[in-house]
Structures are given as C-alpha cells and as structure tokens.
Design a binder for this molecule. Sequence first.
Ligand code: GDP
Ligand code: CA
Length: 325
Amino acid sequence: MMITVLSGGIGGAAFVRGLLDEVGDEAEVTVVGNTADDLWLFGLKVCPDLDTLMYTLGGGIDEERRWGRSDETWSVKEELAAYGAQPTWFGLGDRDVATHLVRTQMLQAGYPLSDVTRALCVRWQPGVTLLPMTDDRVETHVVVENEGQRRAIHFQEYWVRLRAAVPAHDVVMIGIEEAKPAPGVIEAVMDADVVLVPPSNPVVSVGPILAVAGVSDALRTTRAPVIGISPIIAGGAVRGMADQLLTALGVGVSAGAVGVRYGARKTGGVLDGWLVDTGDADQLGPLEEAGLVARAVPLYMSDAETTRTLAADALALAREVGVAR
Ligand code: GDP
Ligand code: CA
C-alpha cells in the first residue's frame, strides 16, 4: 500500500510518527513537506518543516521543543549575538547549524532542494520518502499592522519574533505562482492508495502545498481516497497560530469551517473524508451537507498510542470512502 501525506512541521510530523507505528512495514509512506516557511539566515538555508519531519521521524528531534536537535547547545547563536548580528530571534542551535551548512553547500553546488533533502535523509532514515513540495523559492508573508501601518513580514518573523501577537490581516505566498511541484510530488498523489492531510496548519502548512501548480488538481483526480484530520479542536488550535491566521482569511476557527474550506472532491474541493474531535461531533451535520464523509474520533495526539489510534481511524475512514466510491 502507498500512503501520501501532505504535511507541515510539528502537527504533521507527530501524526506521521503515529502512522508509521500503525502501518509498520505494510505501507510505503511518502511525505510532501511544506517549504513556504523556509528562510535564509546568515547565508544558510533553513527549512523548518522539512527538518522537523526529518528529525522527528529520524529520532533526532528535541522532544520537548518539538523543533531542532536533541541535546542542543547554542554557542553559534551566542557568538552571533555578541557581534550584534541580526536577527537574534531565530533559534539556530549548534547541531542544527551542521544540517543547514550541508544543505546550503549542496544548494550552492547546484543541487535542487529535493536532492539535498534526499541526501540529508540518508543520515536520518526517517522511514518515509520525504519530498519538498517544490524546489522553487516560496515564502509565506503575513500582512500585519504595526503602529497603524500595514506591512508584510516573513511568516517566521510573525510567528517566532512577534509570537503571533499582532493583528494579522492577510497571508500571501510569494513565488507560489511560479512554483513547480518537486519531482515525484504529483506522482505521489496520483499513484497513492490513500492520501492523508494530517492535522497541520491549514493556512501556512497545507495551504502552500495545495497552491503549488498541479497539486490540487492531482487531489481532485487521484483514484485514492483523500482523508483530512482537523487541526482545530474545540474551536482552537491545539498549538500554534492557526486560529489567528484562519481569522485573517475570514475562515471560522472550527473543525467544521476548516473541513468545508478544504471542500469535498465531488463539489470541486480536495477531500473525501474529514475527522473531527469527539467533542466537535456537533459539526458533523454541516460537513456531511458539504459532501464530506465526516466522523468524530479523539484527535488529541497526547501520546504514541492515541496518535497511532488516530492514524488507524484515518485509514479506516479511507477504506470506508474507498469502498463507497
Ligand atoms: P508547524 O509547521 O510546525 O506549525 O506544524 P503543522 O502545520 O504540521 O501543525 C500545526 C498544527 O497542528 C496546529 O495548527 C495545531 O492546530 C495542530 N495540532 C497540534 N497538536 C495537535 C493535536 O494533538 N491534535 C490535532 N488534531 N491537532 C494538533
Ligand atoms: Ca511550519
């Protein structure tokens, strides 16, 4: 069986870990990772979502922070600060810097990000094929209001420096119109037996992947059932800033509203099925009205076992939808 997952960083990586626990050797899993959070810092290319996926699945993640390397030290960051080098708000750990050095060196030698990612994964053996959504540069910027003036800042600045504490008015993905899918991305969707949209941020993680040329069309036409899992539980993002960004785009902060925004494939959307939390079972009606097959199951990924069960629930819904189609 071939399973393809369209993932952001922390939420997606946690889910994929549960998925691998569930399927074992029974499935080949391909993860298409968001790259619109990527940034250049001190001449280094940083890919937060790809690295969170690679480190989480490869056993190198700091389990508490849920980004960056375990047993990290911060000498490089301190030395940069001693020079007054800007920006100071982004966490570049010493061990992490090695990843960025290898990546940047390969990019500057002319290799596309997809080749570089494959090379980095030789070390980490994440148990999945990890593909960047595109080899082209795409950057999510958030339009914020600062002292009465609107300006667009990089998503990482909005999230990491400003802690999403300023009003957001819009989200723009610079470069998305020209971005071509990385090699293997469209095939991963078209050739899959099941496509999963994990509980990743719908605006800044899954949104950019769906906006890459051909990806949404592939979701609409693949023979595989497409199942999504809500990142919104009880009207809030469990972790992160999905609620602020959904509000900026005029989308309701609820499992139902996010499912309806993705939409049912039979009405031009990208999903067949959508999982909401058991506490959000009141949203099933509107979701079914929108043409989605919706189920309420526990969505908190509080430990390995609940996460594995969530993955099993998603695969069960895929089977159900697949038989019906
Ligand atoms: P990021 O790129 O690191 O922000 O990670 P993702 O986009 O993959 O995931 C972030 C989203 O995960 C947030 O918007 C949360 O709503 C969601 N999330 C985090 N923990 C959980 C959980 O336990 N259950 C569910 N359903 N969603 C979660
Ligand atoms: Ca991210």
